[in-house]
Unconditional design. Structure first.
Ligand SMILES: C[S@@+](CC[C@H](N)C(=O)[O-])C[C@H]1O[C@@H](n2cnc3c(N)ncnc32)[C@H](O)[C@@H]1O
Length: 209
């Protein structure tokens, strides 16, 4: 079994080879009014920071972003100054108090884990979010062969391990299964080419009552 050190190095290499240098692709355009001044926002696994251009109305000091690739964090820091970027493995607990954030973004990053770890991460994000807060996310969708659906060993239902990493794929129903203690606001298919090739994924918004 490959360890987190291996995966970190893999992501560093991808960013160094400009493999994952994405631009914002409009996936949050229906929700721009949800990003307003006074909020404290956390983007987990922020990558090179393609979504940072959405948070223009927030005070940069209220924007937090983490990743376990140092290269990604350096690239994100070049996109927007004054924000709080920090190294963190999202499969581990965060050091923030309960309800520290009012909005969380998790773009194409909650699908690299087994089901047990995925649930643990989502429960931790629930803890970090205050009442009335929302999470905006995208994940791999079941049947997306462009994203290697079905390739490798199926270690759990719709979770595949290949030579590189673990990739989990979600249906609307299986995604909602992880968010039982949340309020469902929107779950729908989403198409993106942000990494230069077609990708059919699921976008979702859940709220904390
Ligand atoms: C497909 S990229 C998405 C990046 C960014 N959210 C975007 O939309 O462009 C996946 C990101 O997840 C990060 N990542 C993967 N596993 C992680 C982990 N356990 N902890 C923190 N970051 C992780 C990678 O470094 C990479 O930046």
């Amino acid at each position: 079994m490959k360890n987190q050190f291996y995966f970190r190095r893999l992501w560093d290499q991808r960013y160094q080879s400009e493999d994952h240098l994405a631009e914002y692709d409009g996936w949050l355009d229906d929700f721009l009014r949800d990003f307003y001044p006074g909020q404290r926002l956390l983007e987990v696994a922020i990558g090179s920071g393609p979504n940072l251009c959405v948070y223009t109305r927030l005070n940069p000091a209220d924007i937090y972003g983490c990743d376990f690739s140092e290269t990604a964090l350096t690239l994100a820091s070049q996109k927007k100054s004054g924000i709080n970027l920090f190294f963190h493995d999202i499969s581990e607990p965060f050091e923030f108090d309960n309800a520290y954030f009012s909005v969380i973004v998790a773009d194409l990053c909650l699908h690299y884990f087994t089901r047990r770890v995925t649930q643990r991460i989502i429960d931790e994000l629930f803890r970090l979010l205050g009442a009335g807060g929302k999470i905006f996310l995208r994940v791999n969708m079941v049947g997306d062969f462009d994203s290697c659906f079905g390739q490798g060993d199926e270690i759990e239902e719709n979770v595949f391990q290949n030579n590189e990493n673990i990739k989990a794929f979600f249906s609307p129903e299986s995604l909602c299964g992880y968010f039982k203690q949340w309020r469902k606001i929107r779950v729908e298919p989403n198409y993106t080419e942000k990494y230069g090739k077609p990708k059919q994924c699921l976008m979702a918004v859940f709220g904390k009552s």
